[in-house]
Design a protein around this ligand. Structure first.
Ligand SMILES: Nc1nc2c(ncn2[C@@H]2O[C@H](COP(=O)(O)OP(=O)(O)O)[C@@H](O)[C@H]2O)c(=O)[nH]1
Ligand SMILES: [Mg+2]
Length: 304
């Protein structure tokens, strides 16, 4: 899937982060708890070095608690990484980030110098909401902010902590392909990038196998449809969503599926597990290896 994120912005963000990151004592990456892998920013692992990293699994209220636990364990296997889960407007809990930051920087004397902390994450994961909760006042715009944050701002927090907002626009990774679909389901990337009904179909297929009981209960189905398309047809029939000629109105069904997932009506659900992404990584590796092998074989032929 070739999606061209704003290349100019990306280049600028990379340059700025590369410059600023080494000056930081700690990094906070905000992730969407429903897609902790897909909502990662690919710059973080490449530019972090040894800087301690707190990964916040945010929007916990929308994610499957058992799977969120699996993710915490999986993410914390990486050196220098700790995790915390969060849901909006819980100031006490959010302050737990600062406590964790203290624990992770035992050699830093905050009487002498401020602890410099950078918060980053792809759009819409809830960074601004967290910044405001930590600051105890609205310092960052939430919701429909422009993609590019203007001047780098530092916010003074208790215990001599300086919080730096992300410089620039951070894009998500889009491969394997499933990452793009999951990002679209949560609303992190605009549906203009991927076909709206394809995104809903991806969701429907996933729901059938991951949350069959919730799907049956929500849409009043006695039997589990065999696949995503059958589920979409069943919803159309139940809700009488028919287009001209009596065919199922899949656009309307798509809206229902996506909205009800995004606002939590379907219940707390996660879109990926550590096992799933490991499996997908193995498959992607295999495909890459096959590609490389074919390329080698091609070279050999040309030489001969
Ligand atoms: N359900 C839920 N929504 C949240 C949570 N935190 C933020 N949001 C919503 O997610 C959207 C994006 O939040 P924002 O802080 O602007 O994200 P940013 O783009 O990363 O700065 C807003 O509509 C918030 O109200 C949360 O914990 N749970
Ligand atoms: Mg923001």
């Amino acid at each position: 899937m070739a999606i061209n994120w704003f290349p100019g912005h990306m280049h600028k963000a990379r340059k700025e982060i590369k410059k600023v990151m080494p000056q930081m004592d700690l990094i906070i990456e905000v992730l969407d708890a429903r897609i902790p892998f897909s909502s990662e920013n690919p710059l973080v692992p490449t530019l972090r070095g040894d800087t301690p990293l707190i990964r916040v699994l945010n929007k916990r209220d929308l994610a499957d608690p058992a799977i969120t636990e699996q993710w915490q364990e999986w993410l914390e296997r990486e050196r220098g990484v700790r995790t915390i889960t969060l849901t909006h407007n819980q100031r006490n809990e959010a302050m737990g980030i600062l406590k964790l930051a203290e624990e992770m920087t035992p050699d830093h004397d905050r009487q002498k110098s401020a602890l410099r902390v950078m918060i980053l994450g792809i759009p819409n994961v809830g960074k601004s909401t967290i910044i405001n909760t930590l600051a105890g006042r609205p310092v960052a715009k939430t919701g429909n902010e422009p993609a590019v944050t203007r001047a780098q701002q530092a916010i003074k927090l208790p215990d001599n902590i300086l919080l730096y907002d992300t410089p620039g626009f951070l894009w998500p990774k889009l491969s394997p392909e499933a990452c793009g679909y999951r990002l679209a389901i949560t609303g992190a990337i605009r549906s203009a990038v991927l076909d709206f009904e394809d995104v809903a179909l991806f969701e429907a297929d996933y729901l059938i196998q991951a949350y069959p009981e919730q799907v049956k209960a929500r849409y009043g189905l006695d039997q589990l449809p065999v696949d995503g398309l059958a589920l979409m047809d069943a919803i159309a029939a139940k809700r009488r969503f028919f287009a001209r000629g009596g065919i199922p109105d899949l656009h309307k069904v798509s809206e229902v599926l996506l909205n009800e997932f995004r606002n939590g009506t379907l219940g707390p659900m996660s879109l990926e597990t550590p096992d799933m992404v490991e499996q997908e990584a193995r498959e992607a590796e295999k495909i890459e290896a096959e590609k490389a092998a074919r390329k080698e074989a091609g070279k050999g032929k040309r030489k001969a």
